[in-house]
Design a protein around this ligand. Sequence first.
Ligand SMILES: Cc1cc2nc3c(=O)[nH]c(=O)nc-3n(C[C@H](O)[C@H](O)[C@H](O)COP(=O)(O)O)c2cc1C
Length: 196
Amino acid sequence: MIKIALIVGSTRPQRFADVPARWIAHGAAARPDLRLETLDLRDYALPFFREPMPPLASNGVYTDPAAEAWRRKIGEFDGFIATVAEYNHGPTAVLKNALDSAFYEWNRKPIAFVGYGGAGGVRAIEQLRGVAVELQMAPVKAEVNIGMEPFLGILMQGKTLDDYEYLTKARETLFDQLAWWGDALKTARRQLAQAA
Ligand SMILES: Cc1cc2nc3c(=O)[nH]c(=O)nc-3n(C[C@H](O)[C@H](O)[C@H](O)COP(=O)(O)O)c2cc1C
């Protein structure tokens, strides 16, 4: 059993993010191999990064109490899923800031992305993959892309994500890959700690 945090990556009023977040949480509840906790960035009130030193130079400790609480929370998990809104072909500033607000706690753990928007969030996700690698994470190949048709179907026609079988299949593949990497890296981290 691995512990996964689902990070809700946008915070504006009326956000769409709650739709994929609830759907991911629902799907994860049926999986015996994952235990998922939702981390809503609305609840963390992270300041925009204002540390005097980069995390590599401060041993990963943050002077800001909210950032410190966030990075300690992140340290509890074996892997992550982020909902990814696409703002001007990039990720939301709040999600990038949340990634900047921890360092060692992300290392050697997998992350998976659930994007939405005109092109399923792919442009934002591609940027996040590079960020994840710099944080020494393993971004899994599988992703969920909620494109224009389901996005509008949900917003304007009363549909739900469960009406789209290809999305449900993509969600399961994402869980499968995250569980595999999460398990493998948890074992590897433990071996590293024992050898130290
Ligand atoms: C500032 C801003 C920029 C946006 N830029 C894009 C974009 O580049 N590509 C896209 O597909 N959708 C874009 N959208 C539309 C979003 O995909 C849509 O509003 C989505 O609901 C945003 O996620 P949220 O509701 O969780 O905040 C943009 C929305 C906002 C607010």
